[in-house]
Design a protein around this ligand. Sequence first.
Ligand SMILES: [Zn+2]
Length: 285
Amino acid sequence: MSSTPAAPADAAARRAVKPVICYPNDTLPVPDLALYSRARESAVKTGEVRVPPRDAACFEVPAGHFFRITSIEGPQVGDLNLWNKTDLSERFYSGKTRALHGTHITTGERMWTSFPHLRPMATVVADTLGWYGIDEFGGSVHDVIGTRCDPYTGNLLAGSQYHHCCHSNLTRALADHLGVSPAEAEPHVHDVLNVFMCTGFTRGTGQYFMKASPVRPGDYLEFFSEIDLLGSLSACPGGDCSAEHSSDTAACYPLLVEVFAPAEGALGDWKSPPPNGYDRSHGRG
Ligand SMILES: [Zn+2]
């Protein structure tokens, strides 16, 4: 049996030490938002994908184009996976994005790729929920702290067999897009950006919480694509995630993904960011 150990005499002093930011981000390469904004003015829509409720859909966005995720019909949370279109092993790295930008992302912040690439793959250029900030519970929107709802955790906690969690939706959509089996697609599915989801950690117990998303139809989150992207978006079975997920109980709505191409030359000499410059020798010359 474990019990709480007695506090040392200097416990208060140890707790009073002020935190330091792990990764001060003032040396991060800064996106040229003014350039992106000028390019966006000339952009024309090239396609759209409607994501059905409790399901997912894939979409492709060439480097230098824009994509927008919009709430339509009703408040709905989306679980987003992104890959380098030509190399699925380079994919969104939720944990490092969190370390660099904090628990939630908004305009000017970026989704970063996995090792050994560690480069920006998508930059947020517009967020109509940018006004929300951090509420009195410590909640905010568009989190990189959750993973994605999945059938394994449901089975672990409740013995359930539910097939429309975001993990399964993303798996089916990727399998269909690549023309492979769900078993082949599943290992490519990874921790998501929780688009429109309102989450935080409880102060007292540090537990992950969710609350009804403040998103309303017409709200959107828009990105500039830094590399050629394959995306997959799931309309979470949790709907606005006000009560529960991993079931068919919540009201769910579709989401819209639109892709926009800037005019020829609008980005000047802009190029995709190169992969990370670390030499990968890991101390073994
Ligand atoms: Zn979900």
